[in-house]
Design a protein around this ligand. Structure first.
Ligand SMILES: Cc1ncc(COP(=O)(O)O)c(C=O)c1O
Length: 461
């Protein structure tokens, strides 16, 4: 058989210089043949490629480790699992089994939590969009509601009238903790006096009591001291509110935002070096609590950590479908998973491992997905050895936000499996097929092309 002609190309051997912070470039020579003891090959044979794989062991270990970082430093701690980070039923169920409450931001998420049987007193509802019907339902169910804006105060007063009782709710704050850009679009601003105005308005209305404070300063916060500032400001505000209005602040909810060990695009340091440990966050937060709270006063500390609890537990297996040489000489691969499945690849650079050793010189490569779209690249700039068709790449950590932000776009979404602590593999979300895509669609009969619809009897005929 005549072999295809490939134009010879001379390229500099890329042995990998250190960057200006003394870090090596990103190589993908790591070989991952198993995930939690299960062969990647077996996983793909049984469940197909691409495939999301979650480790139950990692999920539980991470939760316990993080919980104990806080509970060993402060006596009254609760975690609320941030549904938006990953609301697959099995994932939520694992965190609930571990003792987490549900932290929700929509009616849909509330319905998901109720579907799992979560009682109202184990639910926190945040977010800027809480329709009246949602507020009525959740408040009758005993859910903790953190209000976001003035219009919600008026809505809550109407709900109080309807339910015929005074309602205790929390308030989301936003504040300057030295983090740039400051998240100011959610909640009431502290420094401008807006938050205090809101408390005054609640007191004056007489239908609402303030029972807790919430603040989520942002996501992937790399400065633990920002949380110490948040705690200090929240406590000062809580004591002012208690003194001036007689409300009792029973909880301080610090939101989420702790980073996972993932590389944010554009950062030089590897996550192992550049990302503080969760213990450092716990230390800053709990020290600030002890320093600023009155003696023997221990309001509940609530944490809504999302990505830090789950990211490490998720892997995505994808298969090299084709390789190409771009006109500028860049080595490119087409994989069967793209931004449709790894939405967070816009911001994060994942670790890429191969399922088998590969020999040959490294080349700076780009891994495209299967979308017929120019922006569909899930890895750019990693030094990859020559990869043959069928090689599997294992992307980690991908547990956070990808199974909620993924798109049903061009391709079906694949299976998601959970590797149990005993090594058993179970499907926790089935791969989609046409029924999922078409279920809600309606085709008016007059638009049917094949088989041709018969014209309906004419009015005059
Ligand atoms: C109110 C609230 N809580 C918790 C989280 C979880 O954040 P993270 O995944 O950064 O921990 C978010 C994420 O945006 C949020 O908006």
């Amino acid at each position: 058989m005549k072999r295809e002609y490939i134009r010879p190309l001379i390229r500099k051997l890329e042995s990998g210089m250190m960057n200006k912070f003394g870090q090596s470039p990103l190589y993908a020579r790591k070989v991952t043949t198993h995930i939690d003891g299960v062969a990647v090959d077996d996983l793909v044979k049984e469940f197909g490629s691409p495939l999301f794989v979650f480790s139950e062991k990692t999920l539980r270990e991470k939760y316990r480790e993080t919980y104990s970082s806080f509970s060993t430093r402060y006596p009254n701690v609760a975690f609320g699992w941030s549904y938006k980070t990953n609301y697959l039923k099995a994932i939520c169920a694992i965190f609930h089994q571990e003792g987490a409450m549900a932290e929700l931001v929509s009616q849909m998420e509330y319905e998901k939590a109720k579907d799992l049987g979560i009682p109202g007193d184990q639910i926190i509802l945040n977010g800027p969009h809480k329709p009246m019907e949602t507020l009525e339902t959740v408040l009758a169910d005993g859910v903790t509601v953190n209000l976001d804006h003035f219009d919600e105060i008026y809505d809550l007063e109407k709900v109080a009238d309807k339910l015929g009782k005074k309602l205790t709710v929390g308030m989301r704050l936003n504040m300057n903790t030295g983090i740039y850009p400051q998240w100011s679009r959610f909640g009431m601003n502290l420094e401008s006096g807006q938050a205090m105005d809101a408390v005054k308005r609640m007191a004056k209305g007489g239908k609402l009591a303030l029972g807790g404070l919430h603040c989520h300063i942002g996501t992937f916060i790399l400065e633990p001291k920002a949380y110490a500032r948040e705690v200090e400001k929240m406590i000062q505000f809580a004591y002012r509110v208690e003194e001036e209005f007689g409300f009792e602040i029973e909880y301080l909810d610090l939101g989420g935002g702790f980073p996972s060990k993932i590389r944010l695009k554009g950062t030089y340091l590897s996550p192992d070096v550049g990302i503080p440990s969760l213990d450092e966050y716990a230390e800053e937060i709990c020290e600030a609590l002890w320093k600023n709270l009155k003696p023997n006063h221990f309001p509940k500390l609530i944490l809504e950590s999302g990505r830090a609890l789950i990211d490490d537990a998720g892997s995505l297996i994808t298969t090299i479908w084709a390789s190409k040489r771009l006109p500028d000489g860049t080595r490119a691969y087409v994989a069967d998973a793209g931004i449709n499945l790894l939405f967070t690849s816009f911001w994060y650079k994942f670790d890429v491992a191969l399922d088998r050793p590969a020999s040959g010189p490294n080349e700076t490569s780009v891994v495209y997905g299967p979308m017929c779209m120019n922006i569909d690249a899930i890895d750019e700039g990693t030094l990859l050895p020559p990869l043959s068709r069928g090689t599997r790449l294992i992307f980690t950590p991908v547990g956070a936000y990808n199974n909620t932000q993924w798109l049903q776009f061009i391709e079906y979404r694949p299976n998601v499996v959970l590797v149990g602590e005993d090594g058993r593999v179970e499907v926790i979300r089935e791969a989609e097929d046409l029924t999922d895509v078409a279920r809600r669609e309606r085709l008016p009969d007059r638009l049917r092309v094949y088989p041709k619809s018969r014209p309906t009897a004419s009015r005059t005929g």
